[in-house]
Design a binder for this molecule. Sequence first.
Ligand code: ADE
Length: 273
Amino acid sequence: MRIDVVTIFPEYLEPLNVSLVGKARARGRLDVHVHDLRDWTYDRHNTVDDTPYGGGPGMVMKTGPWGDALDETLADGFEAGAHSPVLVVPTPSGRPFTQELAVELSERPWLIFTPARYEGIDRRVMDEYATRMPVVEVSIGDYVLAGGEAAVLVITEAVARLLPGVLGNAESHRDDSFAPGAMADLLEGPVFTKPPEWRGSGMTAVSLSGLHWMLGRRGRDEAFRRTAVNRPDLIERCEASAFDKKDREILSILGWSPEPGGRFWRRPEDMEQ
Ligand code: ADE
């Protein structure tokens, strides 16, 4: 996979040299190119922004530098043999970034990220490139960052670990929380390692059996407990048919009941506990 990032803070992308993404690059699974947007400015101050039409606070990133930067980045990539680019535009008003979207992006051969600063990029830039390639606006959460670079790091890491040959064990992301088709979309349960006894807290014989515990009933109960507390919305959106008899028992202990519509819901008073 080829990744291009156009940014006014190339140094912000340094973590792409480290750990999993760094190794994926070293192994030739990822070909990353970081570009400085200011290389496509032609005035003394390397201006990339201007005041917004219609007034309002903040500045807007100008069409000129983005258009020139993207044209040259695309030309370079095509020349190097890349194809089928997707423009990924981090913005708090984008499509929520989920494991499903990470899988979708991991199947594309070429991602071009356009992390913005200030109030964002002049809309005409995205509209113009959308006539030539898919443009995906992506939000990594309901909060506002100072710029899209941190979102690029998040998206790249989630995508890179899905590429064949990047994780040691090819199967290891199949059971991730949120993996499409993961068991009833539950969060992963807790994990343990040696020593077996720590500050008076020991491991049970069953949990010492490791993976069997995680994939067995106790592990699933723990996953339910964790999901019910941290992400009740995941249980609410499951079809009741996704739950077996034991699941229903633990859900009932946790305060959930089936409703006629076929889903489970939880009495509001139990939420307080
Ligand atoms: N830029 C600023 N905030 C962002 C967010 N939440 N997601 C993606 N890009 C952003």
